[in-house]
Design a protein around this ligand. Structure first.
Ligand code: SF4
Ligand code: SF4
Length: 449
């Protein structure tokens, strides 16, 4: 039998197996649209393949042979296409950011108070946009709670729980310091973080540029200078449940966000306490107004992922579908290196988050410079304005991002392939739109019992 005929038959077999697995995974993941479309393609492939087998010679050889050549050419194009390797570019000086300018700090200010009046006197450029946003009821306000009393109350309770933990983030250090090697400390930190529930964990040196300059929220005094001199940052992530994220922008997503912040707080407070018991300084940084540093760039430095178009961390396994946590410390540990798996190139082609963002907060154009970094700059106020409109943290961008797909063998193979070839990235962007939809609809019925 001709080599091209065998090649054609093998190509069909591989394609049929691929679509069989894809259809099964779509069924398991309750992806209705993708399931219907992949089933149709699978049936079509089986029918064509049977048709080829039933053809008479030499037509049969001609059909399989030409299919073999076609697939081999496509395969070679996909394989020899250049590896996507654009990295995040730091092109200038990075200044420390004042936490008082962060959007949550601005919206913590109570109208009419001395602090409120003074802030907007000093920063008048924020006044107009903030006034517009203040016309909407805030996230988790009674207006929104009425829409789903149980779920909004649950997330409010989770955020209350975080507030109760604020006094636990730092504490007494054991006078007797345990001197263990950095290698041993690193292994123990990473192993125990995983044991405590962190899905990803990395270490980097604490770059001063990512430490806030002044307190904007939290138990410390408002406006106080932040003097965080720890040498290392232990950055970790806990993944969010895909089906709950897929309900975005409805109430289950904020329940899941708050739940994962609570988990991150438990992990970071426990580990920081453990390190202090070993006689080294350590501070946990938790959600609910307690961060002294900016987490996404530290997570990038610690090798947890890259920063994508939507401005958040895109991790290898879970994409942006994570919540981050941080411990800063002086215990001797070994930093990791940042990683590059093609996110910058993928985001240039994809733009799905920008198209789906209901507030046009995610830029659809090219990168611009902000504080010394070349990046896609999120319009934070527009994003927050939408949060106030829906009463949740929206997360539509997180849901639709192709990197957010569940962590399973099928999607991990796709992740691996997209990191290797620019052409596979293009095919993957196109396939994601075709199978899951350019604007996927939110899933209903999550957390309804
Ligand atoms: S959270 Fe929602 S509003 Fe904000 S950037 Fe993402 S999609 Fe846009
Ligand atoms: S949705 Fe697409 S463009 Fe947006 S962050 Fe994810 S991969 Fe990048």
């Amino acid at each position: 039998m001709n080599i091209w005929v065998i090649c054609g038959q093998v190509s069909f077999l591989i394609l049929i197996l691929f679509f069989l697995f894809f259809t099964l995974f779509n069924l398991l993941e309750k992806e209705k649209k993708a399931f219907i479309r992949s089933s149709i393609i699978l049936s079509f492939l089986i029918v064509i393949n049977l048709g080829f087998y039933m053809a008479v010679l030499p037509l049969k050889n001609l059909l399989f042979g030409s299919t073999g050549i076609l697939f081999l050419v496509i395969f070679l194009i996909l394989i020899i296409s250049p590896r996507p390797k654009n990295e995040i570019q730091i092109i200038g000086l990075q200044k420390r950011i004042d936490e008082r300018d962060a959007i949550f700090s601005r919206f913590d200010l109570k109208e009419g108070t001395k602090r409120f009046i003074e802030y907007y006197k000093q920063k008048p450029h924020f006044k107009k946009i903030d006034e517009k946003i203040r016309k909407f009821p805030d996230i988790l306000s009674p207006t929104h709670i009425k829409k789903n009393p149980w779920l909004f109350s649950l997330s409010a309770a989770e955020f209350d729980f975080l507030e109760y933990q604020l006094s636990q983030v730092d504490g007494k250090i054991n006078a007797k310091s345990r001197k263990l090697s950095p290698e041993k400390n690193t292994r123990m930190v990473k192993g125990l973080m995983k044991y405590l529930g962190a899905d990803l964990c990395g270490i980097c040196e604490l770059d001063e540029a990512y430490v806030y300059s002044n307190v904007g929220r939290g138990p410390e005094f408002y406006g106080e200078e932040i003097n965080l001199t720890h040498k290392y940052a232990i950055v970790f992530a806990v993944q969010m449940d895909f089906s709950l994220v897929a309900s975005a922008p409805n109430s289950p997503v904020i329940v899941e966000t708050a739940k994962k912040y609570v988990e991150a707080a438990r992990i970071s407070i426990t580990m920081a306490n453990c390190i202090r018991r070993l006689g080294h300084t350590a501070r946990a940084h938790i959600a609910g107004s307690n961060y002294q540093a900016i987490l996404p760039p530290l997570a990038w430095k610690a090798g947890l992922g890259e920063l994508g178009r939507m401005g958040t961390l895109i991790s290898w396994k879970y994409g942006p579908r994570v919540r981050l946590g941080l411990i800063t410390t002086n215990i001797p540990i070994l930093p990791d290196k940042s990683i590059c798996f093609g996110v910058q190139n993928f985001c240039e082609k994809c733009l799905k988050c920008a198209h789906c963002c209901p507030s046009n907060a995610i830029p659809a154009g090219s990168k611009t410079e902000e504080n010394g970094v070349l990046k896609w700059v999120l319009k934070r106020e527009e994003c927050y304005r939408f949060w106030c409109r829906v009463g949740t943290d929206c997360a539509i961008c997180m849901y639709v991002c192709p990197y957010s797909k569940p962590d399973n063998i099928f999607h991990n193979v796709i992740r691996k392939m997209t990191s290797r070839s620019s052409a596979i990235q293009t095919l993957s962007v196109w396939s994601d739109d075709f199978f899951y939809g350019r604007r996927p609809k939110p899933r209903k019925g999550c957390l309804e019992f």
